[in-house]
Unconditional design. Structure first.
Lengths: 108, 241
């Protein structure tokens, strides 16, 4: 795929959406504080967002929910590897091995 | 008066040495991440210049990996930015928690420190930052791991960008990005309400995938937050009884 110059605008905006939340309180210091209820609710945003991106990617094949597909199996193995091992490489090696192995085996 | 910039005082160097020594073994974990990041950006169709541009402007693994499929899928700009914000929200909390550690530090250095704030640096530095008086020592203790992370991240992303070119397309390297997101998610989901937030977020996004403008992702994130928050409340109530 080819991208035009608007890609750089996207980068700058994502950059702002990254640096402002990080620098905000460090720059403002003790002058402002977030309401505790909001702080507690915000803790759930990353987990919800990550799952909202990953789940459709591994569950949907060609627009349909497919409970049995190589990507989902590979994701399951990656979850197990990440949960059970402290080796940072293992989820990648095991997940990719299952994905490519199953695809090869299914002939797809 | 010495001509040395006041930032590199002896106590800054002492703090930097100690911070670096503490962080060095942990920083190894950044290497596979940065490699995957480089490969994922190349798989999404970025040129090396575009990929390094994103890596330097954004400097946030999760936000980069999370927005990559949206950028490649030509999702609307506001959704890309909203997703990046949602993925970065935890840093609002980190930033608020570590902010007292920057008392006595000048503004430009605070912006630099904020830009370089990562999960690993936060976890490594928080305690010492809050319990040390000397602002030079504190700044050194923070900046050494932070700058080291930055350098590792840029270097190995560049290696990943060029390595991806030698790997055939059938190898589906872009799936490495999905695995990377899973690796981030798994340790979060060890806590029950967090797991609920993830399950509800994931299920909602899957069921709502046909909503116009990919609104389903935003609705799913909000639903996930609400579910996690509710689960936390019920857990409290159950414990209180």
């Amino acid at each position: 795929m080819n991208y035009d110059t608007s890609l750089w605008l996207i980068f700058v905006l994502i950059g702002l959406a990254t640096t402002l939340p990080r620098a905000g309180f460090i720059v403002l210091g003790s002058r402002v504080a977030l309401p505790p209820v909001l702080q507690r609710a915000l803790r759930y945003a990353p987990a919800a967002a990550l799952a909202a991106i990953v789940a459709p990617d591994v569950l949907v094949v060609g627009g349909q929910i497919e409970p049995l597909n190589p990507k989902l199996a590979a994701a399951g193995v990656a979850v197990a590897a990440a949960a059970l091992s402290r080796n940072p490489w293992l989820p990648f090696i095991a997940g990719m091995a299952v994905l490519l192995g199953l695809r090869h085996w299914l002939g797809a | 008066m010495s001509r040395t910039r006041p930032i590199f005082t002896a106590s800054f160097r002492a703090g930097a040495g100690e911070g670096f020594a503490t962080f060095l073994p942990l920083s190894v974990g950044l290497v596979p991440w940065a490699l995957v990041m480089g490969m994922a950006m190349t798989s999404a169709g970025f040129t090396p210049l575009q990929a390094m541009g994103m890596n330097i402007i954004v400097f946030a693994g999760t936000a980069q990996l999370g927005t990559l499929p949206l950028i490649a899928g030509e999702a609307p700009l506001w959704l890309i930015v909203a997703t990046a914000l949602a993925l970065n929200l935890r840093f609002v909390i980190f930033s608020a928690a570590i902010a007292p550690g920057f008392r006595g530090v000048a503004m430009p250095k605070r912006w630099l420190a904020g830009h370089l704030l990562t999960d690993g640096v936060f976890a490594t530095c928080l305690d010492k930052m809050l319990h040390t008086d000397d602002p030079h020592w504190r700044l050194g203790y923070y900046l050494a791991p932070a700058v080291w992370s930055w350098a590792l991240w840029q270097t190995f992303a560049l290696v990943g960008i060029y390595a991806a070119g030698f790997i055939p397309k059938q190898w589906s390297l872009e799936f490495m990005a999905t695995i990377a997101l899973i690796v981030l998610l798994v340790p979060m989901a060890r806590v029950r309400p967090m797991l609920v937030a993830a399950l509800v977020g994931g299920a909602s996004a899957t069921l709502l995938r046909n909503m116009p403008l990919r609104l389903g992702v935003v609705v799913a994130i909000v639903a996930g937050i609400a579910a996690g928050f509710a689960a936390e409340h019920w857990e409290h109530k159950a414990k209180g009884r």
